[in-house]
Design a binder for this molecule. Structure first.
Ligand code: NAP
Length: 318
C-alpha cells in the first residue's frame, strides 16, 4: 500500500468510526409518560426541533401552546400535529423575541387564557442576525436567544409555580464552550458566531440561576444541548458559512426528530423528576465548562438581564 492509499484508508476508517459512534450514542427518550390534563408551552415551535417536540407533547395528550413568530408557519404546524397525533388541543399565540413588547403581550395572553402551565420549553433561537440593536436598545442576538426568553420565563413563573410540579427546559448549545461573554457588557457587538455562543452560555447561566432561585418550589429548571441537528438554524448565515457548516452537519448531524429527544427527556421523563440545575446531552446529565456553573457569573448575568429587560419588582415570582 502506498502512502496515498494509507491516508485515504485512514480517512475512510475515521469517518466510518465517527458515524457509527454518532449513531450509537444518540440519546433516545424512553419515557412513556402521558401528559393528559397538562399544558406544555414551546417557543419556536413552527419548525426544526421545536416542531418535533410539539408533536411528541401532543402525542402524549398535552394541551400544546405553540409560541411562534410566523402565524402561517404556526398554523401549518398545528394542522400537521393534529393530523399526526389526533390531538386537537393545540393553540397558537404569537411571540417575536426581537421585541420585548411582544414578549409581554404574549405573557398577558397566556395569563388571560390559560389556567395552568406544566412545562415551559424555551426553544426558539436564531443564528447569524448580525449586530443590529433592537427597539429595546439590546443586541439582537442576545435579545432573541437570551433576554427575550429570560423575560418570558420570569413573567410565567407565577403560573408555573401554581401548576407545580412543573418544569422549565431551556435549549442551549454545546457552542457555549467557545463563548467569550463580557458580563459587564452583555450587548457587546462581535462576530456572529461569538454572539451566538455568548447567548447560549447565558441560557445555561439563566437555567442554573433559576434552579437555585426556585429551590423548594417544585418548579425545576434544566437546560440542554440537542446535538448538531439539521434544521433551519443556519438560514441567516452567508452561503460560504452554510457550506462549511453543512459538512459538519453531514458528518455529525441528527435529524430534527432525533434533535428533539433530549428536550423531550427533560420535559417528561420520570428520571428527571425533581432534578434541577443540570445540563443534558443525548438524554443524559452532561458536563459543561466550569464557567457555565459559576454562581457569581450567573448571579451577575441574572441581575444585569433583569435591569436590561426592565423587569419590575412586582413581576418577580421566586
Ligand atoms: N440545530 C442545531 O444544530 C442546534 C444546535 C444547538 C442548539 N440549537 C438550538 O436549538 C433551538 C432550536 O433551533 P433549531 O435548530 O430547531 O432551528 P430552527 O429550525 O431555525 O428553529 C428555530 C425556531 O425559533 C424561531 N425563532 C427564531 N427567531 C425568533 C424570534 N425572533 N421570535 C420568535 N421565534 C423565533 C423560529 O421561528 P421562525 O420560523 O419564525 O424563524 C423557529 O421556529 C435553538 O435555540 C438553537 O439555538 C440548535
Amino acid at each position: 500500500m502506498n502512502t496515498f492509499t494509507c491516508i485515504a484508508f485512514g480517512i475512510i476508517v475515521f469517518i466510518v468510526v465517527v458515524k457509527i459512534l454518532n449513531v450509537v450514542t444518540k440519546g433516545r427518550c424512553t419515557s412513556k409518560a402521558k401528559l393528559n390534563g397538562k399544558t406544555v408551552l414551546i417557543t419556536g415551535a413552527s419548525g426544526g426541533i421545536g416542531k418535533e417536540t410539539a408533536i411528541d407533547m401532543a402525542a402524549r395528550g398535552a394541551r400544546v401552546i405553540l409560541g411562534c413568530r410566523n402565524l402561517k408557519f404556526a398554523e401549518d404546524t398545528k394542522q400537521e400535529i393534529i393530523s399526526k397525533t389526533g390531538n386537537t388541543n393545540i393553540v397558537i399565540y404569537q411571540i417575536d423575541f426581537e421585541s420585548l413588547t411582544s414578549v409581554r403581550k404574549f405573557s398577558k395572553l397566556i395569563h388571560e387564557n390559560e389556567s395552568r402551565l406544566d412545562v415551559l420549553i424555551n426553544n426558539a433561537g436564531a443564528m447569524g442576525l448580525g449586530n443590529k440593536i433592537t427597539e429595546d436598545g439590546l443586541h439582537i442576538m442576545m435579545q432573541v436567544n437570551h433576554f427575550g426568553p429570560f423575560l418570558l420565563t420570569n413573567l410565567l413563573l407565577d403560573l408555573l409555580k401554581k401548576s407545580a410540579p412543573s418544569r422549565i427546559v431551556t435549549v442551549s448549545s454545546l457552542g457555549h464552550i467557545f463563548s467569550s461573554l463580557d458580563p459587564d457588557n452583555l450587548n457587546k457587538p462581535g462576530l456572529d458566531e461569538l454572539n451566538y455562543f455568548n447567548s447560549k452560555l447565558c441560557n445555561i447561566l439563566m437555567s442554573n440561576e433559576l434552579a437555585r432561585k426556585l429551590e423548594g418550589t417544585n418548579v425545576t429548571s434544566n437546560c440542554l444541548h440537542p446535538g448538531i441537528v439539521h434544521t433551519e438554524i443556519m438560514q441567516h448565515l452567508p452561503w460560504y458559512k452554510r457550506l462549511s457548516l453543512s459538512f459538519s452537519y453531514w458528518f455529525f448531524f441528527k435529524n430534527a426528530k432525533e434533535g428533539a429527544e433530549t428536550t423531550i427527556h427533560c420535559a417528561v421523563c420520570e428520571k428527571v423528576d425533581g432534578i434541577s440545575g443540570k445540563y443534558f446531552q443525548d438524554c443524559k446529565d452532561y458536563w459543561t465548562l466550569p464557567i457555565a456553573s459559576n454562581k457569581e457569573l450567573s448571579e451577575k448575568v441574572w441581575n444585569k438581564s433583569m435591569e436590561l429587560v426592565k423587569l419590575q419588582k412586582n413581576e418577580i415570582h421566586y
